[in-house]
Design a binder for this molecule. Structure first.
Ligand SMILES: *Cc1c(COP(=O)(O)O)cnc(C)c1O
Length: 386
């Protein structure tokens, strides 16, 4: 008998959606305003207030947010952007689509975040920007990263897909760089189904992002069908179609209201996991660094085949048989053939990320989990190691 029955499979990353979101979406649909409108404007305002940013632009994914931010930097062919090999492919693809050349700097094996010393080694005359990713919700070490950027005149784009609640020395992740990019994908800490947000230090940068994200049309083109009468727009860039809909913002507004409540619940689950797995031969997340708040986005286990008697992939097979879902964040970027072929990246160039990527798996950590769900996960993990 598996720990859970097949029809009760515990889905990884299932969001906690409440009646308020459902009612707000229904209200948007009844109002007839489905596209970008007042709810998007409100979500941008609420989100800026939460993270302490003065400006924000909503878009339809974090991938779009990253792409727009990198396009706004005005990369020229051959310009290099340094990022981490332990990230989702979107971080790297956004650099490529903005016309830049991605360069990988290996992670610190304990924090699993980009190592500022490795970033320093990768600086060349063509380096234009650094793209740190706050992995799993743990803040990157922003002081040395911003110092390196300052010394070399580099831009910084923070990938905050895991890091809505993350802080570093009292400031939210995303407020250090020129741009901070957030995700509201289904599995993320605040979800809108699909969705993203860009914050920027400079208001002019956010105006650029808004124009670039809506076909390159001059300001507030969504107003062109309003009761103020038809307004002509002018196209000032070859832009993209990356705007968020009011239907998405309707979900996000209520999700954001519950961001701290959900965070608290994930902290409880995190502590239960830490306590339960302490005596097992698995690796568990390092404590958060002093002066930071970890957003508790991913709870990762490290399966060292020598210590555990099976490898990560075998562990995943067993966990699935117990009807517990899991994720892998991530196979290191150079494991993927496209990047190896195009950039000649070798696995041995980023050994920490490659080793972590082969041992890591992420357990369910949604605020939706009940104590019984958490007990099932703990029981299943313990069984899989026997
Ligand atoms: C999820 C994720 C993204 C992409 O977010 P989308 O909103 O799905 O486009 C980018 N970077 C990281 C690290 C992510 O986890």
């Amino acid at each position: 008998m598996p720990v859970r029955s097949k029809d009760n499979f515990l889905v990884f990353g299932a969001p906690r959606i409440e009646q308020e979101e459902i009612d707000e979406v229904a209200a948007s649909m009844r109002s007839g305003w489905l596209g970008t409108g007042p709810k998007v404007a409100r979500f941008e305002k609420d989100f800026s207030a939460y993270v302490g940013a003065s400006h924000a632009a909503a878009c339809n994914s974090c991938t779009a947010a990253l792409h727009l931010s990198l396009v706004a930097l005005g990369l020229e062919p051959g310009d290099e952007v340094i990022t981490t090999p332990l990230t989702f492919c979107a971080s790297v693809n956004a650099i490529i689509h903005a016309g830049g050349t991605p360069v990988l700097a290996d992670v610190d094996p304990v924090t699993q975040n980009i190592d500022p010393d490795r970033v320093r080694e990768k600086i060349t005359p063509r380096t234009k920007a650094i793209l740190p990713v706050h992995f799993a919700g743990r803040s990157c070490d922003m002081d040395p990263i911003m110092a390196i950027a300052g010394e070399h005149g580099l831009k910084v784009v923070e990938d905050c897909a895991h890091a809505i609640e993350t802080t570093y020395k009292g400031r939210h992740a995303g407020t250090f760089g020129d741009f901070g990019c957030f995700s509201f994908y289904v599995t993320k800490n605040v979800c809108t189904g699909e969705g993203g947000m860009v914050i920027a230090r400079d208001e002019a940068d956010i105006q650029d992002i808004k124009v670039l994200g809506l076909h390159g049309m001059s300001a507030d083109a969504w107003k062109r069908f309003s009761d103020e009468g038809y307004k002509h727009y002018q196209v000032i860039h070859a832009g993209f179609k990356y705007n968020m809909m009011d239907i998405q913002a309707a979900i996000g507004i209520h999700q954001l209201n519950r961001v701290e409540e959900n965070f608290k619940r994930r902290c409880e689950i995190w502590d239960m996991y830490q306590e339960a797995f302490r005596a097992l031969p698995v690796g568990t997340p390092a404590p958060e660094e002093p002066g930071t708040r970890h957003a508790r986005h991913l709870y990762t286990l490290m399966i060292d085949p020598v210590a555990c008697g099976l490898d990560r992939d075998q562990f995943l097979v067993r966990l699935t048989k117990e009807n517990i879902g899991a994720g892998v964040h991530y196979l290191a970027v150079p494991e993927h053939p496209y990047y190896r072929e195009r950039y000649g990246w070798k696995l041995e160039d980023t050994p920490h990320a490659v080793a972590l990527g082969r041992e890591t798996l992420s357990l369910p950590l949604s605020a939706k989990l009940t104590d019984d769900d958490v007990a099932d996960v703990i029981k299943a993990v313990t069984l899989c190691l026997k």
